[in-house]
Design a protein around this ligand. Structure first.
Ligand code: FES
Length: 150
């Protein structure tokens, strides 16, 4: 006659369930990080694609605010009272970080003197193309930027 625990479950079956459940838990804990690596939140359509750049008030024309999402720096500039633009700060030449120069309304690259207009277009220097532009929306009094998946 098989030994039973208090629930009437044979001891052997109880141990099988107990050890099987423990093994499944250990496997799930080991595979969860692999799954998160293979299917990161952004590729699953995460809700982090739009960031709030702040209110339009107290944001003078020709000034910029810098942000960083997923290790990618970008800048939002107020071109006029009603127009905002956002660009990746990675120079399309060799990837140095460009900087907004408010007096000249240009982005300047410190590495090889590349210069970009406030529209992101190359003004001078070796960059082969414009800065990567991000979509900007003004919702109410807030500036929102749609950041592409990283
Ligand atoms: S990396 Fe910007 S001009 Fe060369």
């Amino acid at each position: 006659m098989a030994a039973h625990n208090q629930n009437g479950l044979p001891r052997r079956k109880f141990l099988d369930y107990f050890l099987g459940g423990g093994l499944a838990t250990v496997l799930a804990a080991m595979l969860a990080p692999v799954g998160a690596y293979l299917w990161p939140a952004r590729k699953r359509g995460g809700a982090q694609d739009v960031i709030d750049a702040g209110p339009t008030r107290d944001w003078p024309v020709a000034t910029a605010k810098n942000f960083q999402v997923g290790g990618h720096p970008f800048s939002v500039i107020r071109v006029s009272e009603s127009d905002f633009k956002a660009y990746s700060l990675a120079c399309p030449h060799l990837g140095c970080i460009v900087q907004w120069d408010s007096p000249t309304r240009t982005f300047k690259c410190p590495c090889h003197a590349g210069v970009f207009s406030q529209d992101g277009k190359v003004v001078s220097g070796p960059p082969p193309g414009p800065l990567l532009a991000y979509e900007v929306m003004v919702v109410g009094d807030n500036v929102k930027v749609k950041v592409p998946p990283v």
